[in-house]
Each structure stands twice: as structure tokens, then as C-alpha cells.
Design a protein around this ligand. Sequence first.
Ligand SMILES: N[C@@H](CCC(=O)N[C@@H](CS)C(=O)NCC(=O)O)C(=O)O
Length: 198
Amino acid sequence: MKLFYSKTSPYSRKVRLVIHEKGLQKTITSVACNPFDEVPELEAANPLGKVPTLIMDDGASLYDSPVICAYLDTLTPDRLIPESGRERWNVLRWEALCDGMLDATYNIVMERRRDTQEQSAGWIAQWKSQVIRSLDHIEAGIDMLSNQATLAHLALGAALGYLDFRLQDLDWRSQCPALAAWYEDFSVRDAMQNTWPE
Ligand SMILES: N[C@@H](CCC(=O)N[C@@H](CS)C(=O)NCC(=O)O)C(=O)O
């Protein structure tokens, strides 16, 4: 299999965390690229030209990150997404919330790259509120995360790592002390250590 990814992409990081946690490194060739350049093989596999994109062994492709993670999870018996019951939907909802936080953060990052006079302060404030409300919600519910790592944990690790990488001015730790303690413990995992954005 081949994974197109970028080292700075938090969605790619979530997939890379899954690959590390499940020990799939040897079965996947990871190809770092910049999706804003022309990358014909990436565009052929995914008309959106976005990373992450996975090309499976039969040549068919998968995107976007939740789909890739769900597929990779079926490849080994140790599941990151519970197969059934309320726990399954809880994990997928956490992933959706963390991905939504990524979307809002990514939008802020891209908006701030535009010329100052073209930036929308209104949109930036809206996206920031989404991140802050999500962080409050996660801070209140952090004890509900199981001790055993699931896709929810990995999605959260990727989202917090991206806030540190791209939105330091948010200073999320001062708003979320319990989450900060959780993240400090979680960050020692090999998967986290091997996938820092750079
Ligand atoms: N919802 C997608 C988001 C993927 C995404 O937006 N990736 C960014 C990099 S972080 C990208 O490839 N951007 C290139 C572009 O928008 O042209 C997922 O979860 O995979």
C-alpha cells in the first residue's frame, strides 16, 4: 500500500498514528508530498488532491482520513474502533469532534496566510469559537476516555498536536488543565513521538 501524506498535515498524522499503533509500518510505503504542488499520482488517486490518500494493494484508493483509518483498523485484530455497540459510536463521535476542531484550526491557519486586508476577522472569530467550545466540551469529558487507546485518543492527540504546532496564541492549556495533563501522558507513546509535525 502507498500513503500520500504531508508531515505538517494533522489529518495525515491521525492516519500515521493508526499505522504506528497497529504496527502496519512495513506494509505501507509513505510518500511525503506537498498537496499544494502538482502531484499527478496523488491527483489520479484522489481528484481532490488532498492528503492523506491511501492507495491499496489492488490499486484502488481511499480518502479521506476517517475512511482510511476505518479501513486500516480492519487489517489487524486489535481494534481501535469498537466493532459494535454504543462504544463504537462514541469513538466515531470523538473522532468527528476532533476532526472538526482540525477543520476550524486549519481554516484559521489558511485565512491568516492571505493578505491582511483580505482576511475575515468574523470568520476567524467563528472558527476560534468552535475550537474553544470543543476544547471546553473535551475538558469536561476527558475522564470518559477509556484507558485503552482507541481512534478517539489518536484523533485527540493529532488535534492537540496541531494546536501546539499552528495556533500557539490560543494557549489551550490554560483553559484545559485536565486535558493538558492527559496530553502530557499520552504524548510519550511511540506513535506520538514518531509523528511530530515538522
Ligand atoms: N477531511 C479531510 C481533510 C484533508 C485535508 O484538508 N488535507 C489538507 C492538508 S492538511 C490538504 O491536502 N490540503 C490541500 C488542498 O486543500 O488543496 C481528511 O480528513 O482527510
